[in-house]
Design a protein around this ligand. Structure first.
Ligand SMILES: Nc1ncnc2c1ncn2[C@@H]1O[C@H](COP(=O)(O)OP(=O)(O)OP(=O)(O)O)[C@@H](O)[C@H]1O
Ligand SMILES: [Mg+2]
Length: 142
């Protein structure tokens, strides 16, 4: 499925997860998804849907572990989930092999992409904004 740039509002976490599933259909090995947005904007929530769409079992809830920069999941191909909230600098990321190793072996999902914005290569950009308890504005640039 081809998805282009679009903007939408979701009204529940589940709706955001469904959107994640839809976005996952356009991902392939080598895709990088960069997620922007504040604490609680819904980055992990949309990533859960992407993970399910890429074949993770329904019982697997991708989460944002504090103090861990990278977690790997085995979907139909490897899923590399970065949470850069606590990233000090780009060097720290290069030490764990970003971007060389990850690039073409799987899908890379990056929360807090703000932290490495100037180093980002061609990627799918997802900008998320908290509107109220249940509403999020989501812009996808593909
Ligand atoms: N429409 C919605 N879309 C996404 N999440 C929603 C929505 N409505 C409510 N929520 C809730 O908002 C919270 C979003 O948290 P989530 O962990 O996904 O945010 P995050 O952007 O990853 O934050 P962090 O920067 O702390 O990692 C969840 O508790 C989720 O259930
Ligand atoms: Mg998160």
């Amino acid at each position: 499925m081809v998805m282009n740039t679009f903007e939408t509002i979701t009204h529940s976490a589940q709706e955001t997860q469904e959107l994640g599933k839809r976005i996952s259909r356009s991902l392939k090995k080598g895709s990088i998804v960069a997620l922007f947005g504040e604490l609680g904007a819904g980055k992990t929530t949309i990533i859960q849907g992407i993970g399910w769409g890429l074949g993770l079992p329904q019982k697997t809830y991708i989460n944002s572990p504090s103090f861990v920069l990278l977690k790997q999941y085995a979907g139909k191909f490897p899923i590399y989930h970065f949470d850069l909230y606590r990233l000090k600098d780009f060097e720290e990321l290069k030490e764990i092999g970003y971007p060389d190793f990850f690039h073409n072996s799987g899908v890379v999902l990056i929360e807090w992409a703000e932290r490495i914005e100037k180093y980002l290569e061609k990627c799918i950009r997802i900008e998320m904004k908290y509107l109220n308890l249940e509403k999020r504005e989501i812009k996808v640039f593909h």
